[in-house]
Design a protein around this ligand. Structure first.
Ligand SMILES: [Zn+2]
Length: 113
């Protein structure tokens, strides 16, 4: 059986801030601390047996796969709702630079393209 390492596990093993700018260092530190005691949290307690279990907060960083997994799933469901029962093709092309101003004024057109 092959075990899959998480990004957090990989960072815990290989993170080296040397050579990274401050922004990347900060993101790595958030990802390392996500859902650990370092982020703080609360203690959940069973009302029947008094069993307690810590629940640590997420980092909510946009790069974090643990925190953004739910948002990504919800986005995918919204996209699925818009799919028509036809064959799709993915097309990528570059607009002429003369249209840059128009695209900036109409961001909804870019997102729906
Ligand atoms: Zn996180």
């Amino acid at each position: 059986m092959t075990e899959t390492a998480t990004l957090q596990q990989a960072l815990a093993r290989f993170f080296n801030p040397a050579g990274l700018d401050r922004q990347r260092q900060r993101v790595c530190r958030y990802l390392l601390a996500c859902r650990t005691e370092a982020m703080g949290g609360t203690v959940l307690q069973c009302t029947d047996c008094d069993h307690t279990q810590p629940h640590y907060f997420g980092c909510r960083d946009r790069h974090c796969p643990q925190c953004q997994g739910r948002a990504m799933h919800q986005w995918a469901e919204r996209q699925q709702a818009n799919i028509l029962p036809v064959r799709y093709y993915h097309v990528v092309f570059t607009l002429p630079h003369s249209l840059n101003g128009w695209v900036q004024l109409h961001p909804e057109a870019r997102e729906n393209a």
